[in-house]
Design a protein around this ligand. Structure first.
Ligand code: WT7
Length: 641
């Protein structure tokens, strides 16, 4: 790890939200920050009080590093907080989810209707499929309303949901089913993507073919209507079971620290981590941060473009906005289908006022050109957000000018699967924005930049750390408590996020990206080890090393250096087979951009692959010192490839 991390871009531009925005923002008073820092626990208790608890907590926080317990003694249910709480209010018949399919079909669920569907499905899970509190249920679905319904139905009966992104392969799905020991799997026949259907049920059948998971039942939503295999006794049709279902109106009273969900994410080893989130703390931060950061109001139509298979979809498409009684737009398909103006068409048609998307999407829009947004009336927009990776100032400016019409403030929100909710983002009702900088930690959150020895850097670069426990922090790694301590708590005495960052004289944080062996490809985390293990599992491959290269649209792309076994020919057809092998093993998101066959890899005398050198070579940068290498000659060879 380098001792000094420098940011080469210096950004001096400041932007303020227009007075129209600041005068009506929820948070206009900077004393919100000092209140939070003066009595942090009272601040969080006040936020928690905004939820409905069936039993109030006794203790706000019990902290025995790294184990936190928030709101002990309290009882609540997450689905009640997203649905039932609105039933007695003016929101009863308000749209909760406006869903648009890729083919243009629109379905709207009011809070009452969503509540009914969730209660019916919860009844089925509990009584027909015998899912009890604490059981894990895996969801492998396209972006259809039934996915949100299934998430909330699990929460209602206290089942732990594990949503697996629909782009993952049969192998990845199976690994996650085995690890979570799920006995029920909810899926669909398929999902639409760029006009064709992704055959999810086929992938499910493949994942379950060897019958080595614990899955007993597969509930299938028929969405694309393509032909699918059917195993009697195992497979159940969603529409049939819902047709005459009763409603599970009674919700399980969950202890604050009962698990709400697990969500798998990549780390530095080959095995994904099941990140654990619990109920009371997670819901507290989800509700508070959604309202504070997005300034969510009753009149808003809020569009989060993330898939529910990622944490962004969990917190800011389901739990955060619904607990605030917001109207959410949910879109099934690709941003460029049927044309490259699909998002702008959606914004105009549904009068979207808040848009939350990823820098990789913004860079693609930039490349496609201004004509697409220009062709639409985007005047309903009032706030824009980004998440997932650093946003370069050029993309920020383009978003600001061409989508926000220089009228909409932008929130650049830094957080992680592990943090559960947004940690660093300006509250644009009170702070100016600097392009490329996420800004200040939210009130209630304490972040610092630390140097290699753990000392605080007051101005400059280093490693990002969260220095006080927060309610929505991960509670562990499913089935691997040691990994939780090793990965997050062994570097410093405080939480180590794995990102490099700088902090400037105004206290603004700028996130520079991962400092570990984790890549960020189009806002998705991929462990280099995962891709390397997949490559090495292929019979012709002896060894592989994977690094990230700068990519104009995706932020990073994957380059794989591969040593083949003796006698194997270096052919293009083998490269093609390796590309698809990685897609099959992990999913298309992990497919390398380039594979380089090589006879050797730069290694230290102890045999460790020097990825730093490979990374420099792949990016066309100076390789620096190679004297510690056992085989310095390979560097020249690789530079020439
Ligand atoms: C990693 C977490 C948080 C939801 C989406 C990704 C990077 C996230 C930003 C941002 C710079 C960011 C970090 C982080 N990241 N947001 N605003 N600026 N980098 O969740 O898959 O858990 O990935 O995404 O590197 O560690 P995730």
């Amino acid at each position: 790890m380098s001792s000094t991390i420098e940011s080469l871009q210096s950004e001096e531009r400041f932007f303020s939200a227009p007075s129209q925005f600041t005068n009506s923002a929820y948070i206009q008073d900077a004393s919100f920050y000092s209140k939070a820092s003066t009595d942090r626990l009272k601040f969080w208790a006040d936020r928690a009080s905004e939820l409905k608890w069936s039993k109030k907590w006794n203790t706000v926080l019990t902290w025995e590093r790294p184990f936190a317990s928030w709101f002990e003694g309290g009882e609540l249910n997450a689905s009640v907080n997203c649905l039932d709480v609105h039933m007695e209010t003016h929101r009863k018949h308000k749209a909760a989810i406006i869903w648009e399919g890729e083919n243009g079909e629109v379905r709207t669920y009011t809070y009452t209707q969503l509540h009914r569907e969730v209660c019916k499905f919860a009844y089925q899970l509990k009584h027909t499929f015998k899912v009890s509190k604490g059981d894990r249920v895996t969801l492998y679905m396209p972006m259809i309303p039934e996915l949100a319904i299934a998430v909330l139905a699990c929460a209602r009966i206290g089942a732990v949901h594990s949503v697996v992104f629909g782009g993952f392969s049969a192998k990845s799905l199976k690994d996650r089913l085995l690890d979570s020991e799920s006995k029920v799997l909810i899926t669909a026949d398929g999902g639409f993507r760029r006009g064709s259907s992704i055959l999810l049920k086929d992938i499910v059948d493949e994942a379950l073919a060897q019958r080595d998971t614990l899955v007993q039942s597969v509930i299938v939503v028929k969405h694309t209507q393509n032909d699918i295999g059917w195993i009697q006794g195992r497979d159940a049709d969603y529409a049939t079971i819902m047709a005459n279902s009763k409603q599970q109106t009674e919700a399980e009273a969950m202890q604050s620290e009962d698990i709400l969900f697990i969500l798998y994410t990549s780390g530095t080893t080959g095995k994904p981590k099941g990140i654990i989130h619990t109920t009371g703390g997670y819901m507290t931060h989800a509700k508070y941060s959604a309202k504070a950061v997005f300034d969510l109001k009753d009149e808003d139509v809020y569009f989060c473009t993330a898939d529910i298979g990622w944490i962004t979809g969990h917190t800011y498409l389901v739990y955060g906005p619904l607990s605030n009684g917001a109207t959410c737009l949910m879109y099934e398909g690709a941003p460029d289908y049927p044309n490259k103006d699909r998002f702008w068409e959606l914004v105009e048609k549904h009068q979207v006022s808040i848009l939350y998307t990823a820098p990789t999407a913004i860079r693609a829009f930039m490349k496609w050109g201004d004509a697409y947004p220009k062709a639409h009336d985007l005047s309903s927009l009032r706030l824009l957000g980004t998440v997932g990776e650093p946003i370069n100032p050029e993309a920020w400016m383009w978003y600001y000018e061409h989508i926000g019409g220089k009228r909409c403030p932008i929130v650049d929100t830094w957080w992680q699967t592990e943090t559960g909710g947004i940690m660093i983002s300006n509250l644009v009702g009170i702070q100016d924005m600097k392009p490329g900088s996420a800004g200040l930690p939210l009130p209630g959150i304490s972040a610092q930049v630390l140097d290699d020895t753990g000392d605080v850097v007051t101005e400059g670069g280093g490693l990002l750390s969260i220095t006080e426990p927060w309610p929505s922090m991960l509670r562990g790694v499913w089935g691997d408590p040691q990994r939780f301590e090793d990965v997050y708590w062994s570097e410093f005495s405080t939480y180590f996020a794995g990102d490099g960052a700088t902090v400037d004289k105004d206290g603004y944080f700028k996130i520079l990206g991962r400092v570990d062996d984790v890549l960020n490809v189009a806002g998705h985390r991929i462990g280099t080890m995962e891709v390397e293990s997949a490559l090495v599992a292929y019979s012709d491959v002896a060894e592989a090393a994977v690094v990230g290269v700068v990519d104009e649209i995706k932020g990073q792309a994957i380059v794989a250096y591969v040593i083949l076994k003796e006698g194997i020919e270096k052919t293009d057809s083998l490269k093609t087979r390796l590309f698809s092998h990685v897609s099959v093993e992990i999913g298309a998101i992990a497919r390398p951009k380039l594979i380089v066959f090589t006879a050797d890899l730069p290694k230290t005398r102890s045999g460790k692959i020097m990825r730093r050198i490979l990374k420099a070579i792949a990016n066309g940068e100076p390789v620096g010192d190679t004297t510690t290498l056992a085989n310095p000659g390979i560097v020249e060879v690789l530079v020439g490839t």
